[in-house]
Design a binder for this molecule. Structure first.
Ligand SMILES: Nc1ncnc2c1ncn2[C@@H]1O[C@H](COP(=O)(O)OP(=O)(O)O)[C@@H](O)[C@H]1O
Ligand SMILES: [Mg+2]
Length: 283
């Protein structure tokens, strides 16, 4: 992962809404996402997650600071509509499908004005719906599809222009656990097979655990970051910071027992204690 290029970067990003009672929705966000990464953004309601996604997706302009996508400063991009259409795909909590269009026509919407012929649009929308497992539902209107199916159409639509980045704002927020898992598995498959970078806002810990990295926001800032690729590291960090971890590393002259296993006895580390010490020293 170290050799991958940075595809999204924000520098001191600030977004202030309103003029009377100002809301600092983003209060100096610095982050970087590598090409091909699958990143979750978590945090309490109102912490700025959607605002951050909107800035990265050029749906709105920051008050100050910089957003770089593919190395390009969004403030310097002349035609944001066209940039957005070519570079990012969006998936929202509410699928936002157009109710009067079929699944296939919905998938074709972002392709309009992007130089596709009618035939290419038809072909690509069919391929994408097949990719998300909806080949049989192509000509259905949204209200004839289940919630999970509608969200899969939204995924196909987000892929329409083969974007490098997909931004998903609580994409499983309206789905039950089984349907959520389907959507997440689908996004993982696309991440692996197409190399698409995913930035996914979620409240769902099960979803977050399946990503490479979790950025935790609070009051317009990124306050913590968990690397999930190593599922043990967070637990180990917590153990290291616990009284037990501190006692172990501090080698205080006390007997230590964890979960019934002696770690230090009679002034000596036991084999288990020594092993745990060595692990914690590396965290
Ligand atoms: N268009 C807007 N106008 C005014 N305030 C807004 C607007 N969008 C978001 N906010 C405010 O900015 C803060 C962050 O909102 P948001 O990014 O939607 O948070 P989250 O997605 O984490 O719930 C909140 O206090 C919210 O009320
Ligand atoms: Mg939000």
């Amino acid at each position: 992962m170290e050799n991958r290029e940075v595809i999204v970067e924000t520098r001191d990003l600030v977004k202030i809404y309103g003029d009377g009672a100002e809301v600092r929705a983003l209060d100096g966000v610095n982050m970087a996402v590598l090409a091909g990464e699958f990143v979750a953004v978590m945090g309490p309601s109102g912490s700025g997650k959607s605002t951050l996604l909107n800035m990265i997706g050029a749906l709105d302009r920051p008050t100050s600071g910089t957003v770089l996508v593919n190395g390009q400063d969004l403030a310097q991009v002349r035609n944001l509509d066209s940039f957005r259409a070519r570079t990012v795909g969006f998936i929202f909590q509410m699928h936002n499908l157009i109710p009067t269009l079929t699944a296939r026509e919905n998938v074709e919407v972002p392709m309009r004005g992007q130089g596709f012929s009618h035939r290419d649009r038809r072909r690509r929308s069919a391929e994408l719906l097949e990719l998300v497992g909806l080949a049989e539902r192509m000509n259905h209107l949204p209200n004839m599809l289940s919630g999970g199916e509608r969200q899969r159409v939204a995924v196909a639509r987000a892929l329409a222009n083969n974007p490098a980045i997909i931004l998903a704002d609580e994409p499983t927020g309206e789905l039950d656990a089984a349907r959520s898992q389907e959507i997440i598995s689908l996004m993982h498959r696309l991440n692996h097979e197409l190399g698409t970078t995913f930035i996914v806002v979620t409240h769902d810990l099960a979803v977050a655990r399946q990503t490479d990295r979790v950025l935790v926001m609070d009051s317009g800032r990124i306050v913590r970051e968990h690397i999930i690729a190593d599922p043990y590291s967070e637990d180990l960090r917590q153990l290291k910071d616990s009284p037990l971890g501190r006692a172990l590393l501090g080698a205080r002259e006390v007997d230590l027992v964890a979960a019934g296993v002696p770690l230090r006895q009679g002034g000596q580390f036991t084999a288990m204690g020594q092993m745990l010490r060595e692990v914690l020293e590396k965290v």
